[in-house]
Write a protein that binds this ligand. Sequence first.
Ligand code: FE2
Length: 311
Amino acid sequence: MEISEIENSPHAEGARRSEASSEAAPQARRLEAIARILADEEALWGPHRRHDPDERHFARLVRTDEYEAWLLTWTSEQGVSLHDHGGSSGVALVLEGELLEHATEIASQAPLRETRWPRGSAHAFGPGHVHDLRNAGTAPATSIHVYSPPLSTMTFYDHRAASYLKPVRVEVVERDDEGASSGRRRSIDRVLADARARLTRVTPERAALLRAGGGLLVDIRPSEQRAREGEIPGALLVERNVLEWRLDPASDHRLGVVTSYEQPIVIVCSEGYASSLAAASLQDLGLVNATDLAGGFRAWEAAGLPVRRCR
Ligand SMILES: [Fe+2]
């Protein structure tokens, strides 16, 4: 789609541009063009249009090496405090409602200027732009924001005086689409998948071989579960809540059998779910050969390997 076509699109109606965009800077025009193309593709952003009064909802629509685009939703009075875009340039296009912005440039730290951005308006900004945004109206607002290069960090500022910005925190923007789609949330399915992506999980037979070669087979099930299901003879019993302290080679509370960061360690739970998270935690300590038993104790038993019944 050519820019001339884009400017004739329904979302260009009544469009109002900031100074940066009216200067027709190629970057600003390009980002605005991308925003308007996406705006015309309601099938893309419509499913993410969710106005939640308890928490501002946003979703990444697309990400390339060059740019990324987000859909942001705002119920009345929802907003984001003063921040920059980590060196990215951007464009914000208002699809519905109206947004109120207070903005300045980091280099000048000039007093904040207030601008209302109505439906259909697009405002471009450069890498030094610092602003807050909120829905000052009563109707829900929705906007598409395009950033180039894709966001990496956002620094938030305390605005103590009209011309003074004090950084108060830096947020890292995740590259991962799912993780970023709702802030820092990740579902347990996702956390588990990420943990397992770091592990070379083992079968019961492989676990038995590793133990025979000096590795540790560590059963993290609670005692009542072991009593109910049975035990693996010779497995180390370490409750999950003390696992890292017992197996960290640098910990004063480590077990005597822990000899090195390279020692093979196989974590066992009942079915092989909690064990994946535990093994990933051990990897975080630098135990590079920590992993878990796929299928857990039940797989071990089903494989016909030795099991001891508890009385
Ligand atoms: Fe922003």
